[in-house]
Every structure is written in structure tokens, then in C-alpha cells.
Design a protein around this ligand. Structure first.
Ligand code: SF4
Length: 343
């Protein structure tokens, strides 16, 4: 049996090389890319401006547009829907659509599970089932039914994008290229724990907005919450960010999961301001989303109010982001793929 191969995940250049191998002009690659990413063709038979012979040859070689399989969807009452997907490698991963009126956001995964082991995160607790290839990353934007309407894309689902750098780099090219999904780079945000040796190549290209997970300004406490601090200290990350500042239209932000009684003191507010001094950034505070795999508490309104007042006093610009998808296990840090849906 011929192995099925997806065309999603290939760049226009790679599709041109494929056309050439089949004895067709390289420009056909550009035409195929437009059908896949712009016209969102579901099957090769929809392509009506290329010779039938080429399409037949692609089919005979085992190519198909996509090989993602949608397994289930979990609509919430807050305008979000969690989608559970799988691919022929047997990897499970999740995407979440969030409808905020004019703002329609899709959150995509970069890995199946995650090996970063952040203590507050459900995904971190289920372990690592492997990197997603570019096809499975890009497919999420093509397969989710509402994805035609999205105007924001966030790479904040399962996994650490910088731990799957090559696949993410190619996916970003497809998300932003004219022959691809043509999303503006200021409308895409990649969230990372901050793996220093991947930060430099990312910042030299600046393909989209960058969100760094901070969660504590104190190295020891951050290492307790995020083991990555031991191999990639936040001070080194900040140093790189200062050397390669993000330039408009892309922006830098820091993510801060607020854990009651842990990281919301006046000392934390002062230390955040001191640590990030000299950078142009915004701090996104995410009240922790409860799940069974971690023993933290969500801060009450009063605690958040006190914390944000101290941030104000120290000149930190912040926004509290209440995650959507709490009731369906789709909120930040709650994604658990197959495991959560079957529990
Ligand atoms: S917070 Fe992100 S990087 Fe950390 S374990 Fe969860 S998915 Fe991985």
C-alpha cells in the first residue's frame, strides 16, 4: 500500500520542487500552494486549473491535501470550542477557537504533550508524545471549522514551540506568506518558556509577536515552577531580548500565571519591574486555571487588585487575561489531549 503523504506543511518552494520531480513546471507549486492555503481545497480533485495528469500523478504517489483527523469537539458556553485532533502517527493534540466578537482567535499546539514540566500546567503533567510535524501544526488552521473567520493566531496550545523549532519556523512561513495563509505577523503570537539558544534565531527574523512565560522574577522560585530556568535562566533570556529588541509591528509580552499566595506579593511586583527594566513590553496576568494535576489556588479578586496596584506603583503595564475554555479544559495550562477527554 502506498504511504499517504500530506501536502499541507509544504512551502511553495517545496511544492515547486515536487512539481519538477513529476516533470511539470515549477510554477505549478505556487498554484498548488494557493489551492491548499488560500482556497482551502479539501481534495486534489478541487484543483481545476492544473492538468489532470499532474493531479493524478500526485494521487498515485500517495499525496493528499491533509491527513489530520478531527476526533471530537467540546463547545463551551463562553464562545470557545476545544478541538481534539490526531494524525496518522497516532499523536493527539488540541486547538481552541475563541470568539470575542470582532476578535476571533485560534490557539494551536506545537507538540503532542510537552516535556518542559511546568508545575502548574496540565499538559506538562501528561508527559511528551512527540513533536508535531509542520503539516500537523498548519492543519489545525485548516481543519477547525471556524478557522476561516480567525483574525488572530496564538501558538500557545500543547507543547513548547522552541522545542520544535524547525517545524514551527516553517509553519510561521506558511502562516504569513502571500501564497500561504497570509496572516499579518502582528496577528500571530508565539508563546515560549524562553529557550535561549532558539531565541536568537527567532529574534533575528522576528516572524511574529513573542510572549515569554515569566511566572516569577526570582530564579529559585521560577525554577521550582518551571524547570527550564535551570538550563535557560530568565536573566540570560532578558539579556538576549535587550540585544535583539522586537521592532514594530511585532511586540513583546510576558505571561504571568497568578498563583494565590505564591507569586503575587509586593516583592514580586518590584522584582518584575526591576528585571524587565529597559525592555518595551506588556505583562499579561493569567489567573491560574484549576485542574486536578496541580495543587495551586486561583487568586481572588482582592489579591489580584493588590498585586496590580503594586505593579502600577512600579510602572509595569499589565492586563488581566481571563482564559476562555475553562469548563471544557481548554483554558491556558489545562490542555491534556486524549487523556482529559476520556477521564
Ligand atoms: S506551560 Fe507550556 S511549556 Fe510549560 S509544560 Fe505547559 S505546555 Fe509545556
Amino acid at each position: 500500500m502506498i504511504e499517504k503523504k500530506p501536502l499541507t506543511g509544504l512551502t511553495s518552494k517545496e511544492l515547486s520542487a515536487l512539481a519538477t520531480v513529476l516533470g511539470a513546471p515549477g510554477e505549478y507549486g505556487y498554484v498548488i500552494a494557493k489551492w491548499i492555503y488560500r482556497k482551502r481545497a479539501k481534495s486534489l480533485s478541487e484543483i481545476n486549473d492544473l492538468p489532470k495528469r499532474i493531479l493524478k500523478e500526485l494521487e498515485q504517489e500517495g499525496y493528499e491535501i491533509s491527513n489530520a483527523i478531527g476526533i471530537d469537539s467540546f463547545p463551551g458556553t463562553d464562545g470557545s470550542t476545544r478541538y481534539l485532533l490526531t494524525n496518522p502517527n497516532g499523536q493527539y493534540y488540541e486547538s481552541v477557537f475563541m470568539d470575542n466578537g470582532k476578535r476571533k482567535t485560534l490557539c494551536v499546539s506545537s507538540q503532542s504533550g510537552c516535556r518542559m514540566g511546568c508545575r502548574f500546567c496540565m499538559t506538562g503533567s501528561i508527559g511528551f508524545m512527540g513533536n508535531l510535524d509542520t503539516s500537523s501544526i498548519v492543519d489545525q488552521v485548516l481543519v477547525v471549522p471556524e478557522s476561516k473567520s480567525i483574525n488572530r493566531l496564538v501558538i500557545m496550545g500543547m507543547g513548547e514551540p522552541f522545542d520544535n523549532y524547525d517545524a514551527i519556523e516553517k509553519a510561521l512561513e506558511i502562516f504569513t506568506a502571500n501564497w500561504g495563509l497570509a496572516l499579518g505577523k502582528a496577528n500571530i503570537t508565539l508563546s515560549t518558556v524562553g529557550i535561549a539558544n532558539k531565541l536568537e534565531p527567532f529574534l533575528s527574523k522576528q516572524p511574529c509577536n513573542l510572549a515569554i512565560s515569566l511566572h516569577s522574577p526570582f530564579p529559585e522560585e521560577r525554577a521550582m515552577l518551571m524547570p527550564v530556568e535551570n538550563s535557560s535562566p530568565i536573566e540570560r533570556v532578558i539579556d538576549i531580548l535587550k540585544r535583539y529588541p522586537l521592532k514594530k509591528p511585532v511586540r513583546l509580552s510576558f505571561e504571568y500565571v497568578a498563583l494565590s499566595g505564591i507569586n503575587t506579593s509586593e516583592e514580586h511586583a518590584k522584582a518584575i519591574a526591576a528585571l524587565l527594566k529597559g525592555l518595551k513590553y506588556h505583562l499579561n496576568i493569567i489567573p491560574w486555571n484549576e485542574h486536578p494535576a496541580a495543587q495551586f489556588n486561583k487568586p481572588e479578586k482582592e489579591e489580584l487588585y493588590r498585586f496590580t496596584s503594586w505593579l502600577n506603583q512600579n510602572g509595569v503595564l499589565w492586563t488581566i487575561r481571563h482564559s476562555k475554555g475553562n469548563e471544557t479544559g481548554a483554558a491556558c495550562g489545562q490542555m491534556a489531549g486524549k487523556w482529559q477527554s476520556t477521564s
